[in-house]
Ligand binder design. Structure first.
Ligand code: NAI
Length: 308
């Protein structure tokens, strides 16, 4: 199977690194607009094969979409990342034009391709990719909730002194500092609700730290993060390529599910060789459902910028 990653920057290259280490793709193509960058990173990654023992063939190209032909999956990470103090939403002007042309170019060479959209503002970029390509909704997956859920588990693990792998916790809604909804009342530690183990104050603190998880890293590093984003993107790709049917929060096009339509928002779905399948219904409380509609309103306002 062939996987393409567009944008050989921090997140794109880290996604590639995660994929090759697990031999997820027989062929991996890195594509970037900056002359030489994808070629260089592809060679650098390929030179680790002797040490890591993987067999994936890696090719780096500058804007040559013919090289991506017959890809099963493409991860779109092209665009600009945020700097300290910026919101993900402020990236829309630059990234919308990039994501639209990238998605159209990929589709020309791989008509059955599944898109994993990472570029921010991710929910709006995913919606844009869907509208621009017209592919069935199950083939467009926005990666954001997977990362936010991993960050949520990290915060829970610190407070509970637990292994993140023993935690079940989901973040739904938009992939924005104020639009995401960490579902703390649904979170469990080996089947025990965490709300039984933590005070209301502790729960509120975890939710807050999760929501600003990305901004916290951007302030520390000076640009947005890449290790957990790359691991999250690779996990989604692996579930597609290996048909694992794993459950992730992904930004998908809603047709009435969770009471919303004509919008891409993070909800739990199964991810397999068809893309995403089966939105998993959740029993939301009144306040969680209200938060979901509020999140949708903010993302919808952002989507409207696309048509202005
Ligand atoms: P980066 O600046 O390191 O890499 C972006 C790459 O895209 C650069 O190499 C650039 O040359 C390339 N690029 C720009 N225009 C292109 C085009 N038209 N065609 C091909 N390549 C093009 O940025 P980084 O840190 O990798 O972030 C990438 C995007 O992912 C940003 O928009 C960032 O906000 C987003 N992001 C999303 C996350 C999520 O959970 N959804 C998590 C982390 C980052």
């Amino acid at each position: 199977m062939k996987v393409t990653i567009v944008g050989a920057g921090a997140v794109g290259a880290t996604t590639a690194d995660n994929l090759i280490r697990r031999n997820v793709a027989e062929e991996l193509v890195l594509l970037d607009i900056k002359e030489g960058v994808a070629e260089g990173k592809a060679q650098d990654l390929a030179q680790s094969a002797a040490l890591l023992g993987f067999e994936s063939k890696i090719l780096g190209v500058t804007n040559d979409y013919a090289a991506t032909a017959n890809s099963t999956v493409a991860v779109i990470t092209s665009g600009i990342p945020r700097k300290p103090g910026m919101t993900r939403e402020e990236l829309i002007g630059t990234n919308a034009a990039i994501v639209k042309s990238v998605a159209e170019n990929l589709l020309k060479y791989s008509p059955d391709i599944i898109f994993v959209v990472v570029s921010n503002p991710m929910d709006t970029m995913t919606y844009l990719a869907l509208k621009a390509t017209g592919v069935p909704r199950n083939r467009i997956i926005g990666m954001g909730g997977t990362l936010d859920s991993a960050r949520f588990k990290y915060q829970l693990s610190l407070k509970l002194n637990a292994s993140p792998a023993d935690l079940n916790a989901l973040v739904i809604g938009g992939h924005g500092d104020t639009t995401m909804i960490p579902l703390i009342k649904h979170a469990t530690w080996n089947s025990v609700p965490v709300s039984q183990l933590l005070t209301e104050e502790e729960q509120a603190e975890i939710v807050q730290k999760t929501m600003v998880g990305g901004a916290t890293l951007t302030a520390l590093i000076g640009t947005s993060a890449w290790y957990a984003p790359g691991a999250s993107s690779a996990a989604v790709v692996e579930s597609i390529v290996r048909n694992q049917n794993k459950l992730f929060t992904a930004s998908v096009y809603l047709n009435g599910e969770f009471g919303e339509s004509d919008i891409n928002l993070g909800v739990p779905v199964l991810i397999n060789k068809h893309g995403w399948e089966k939105i998993i219904p959740l029993k939301l409380s009144t306040s969680e459902q209200e938060a979901f509609h509020k999140s949708a309103a903010a993302v919808r306002a952002m989507n409207q910028v696309l048509t202005e």
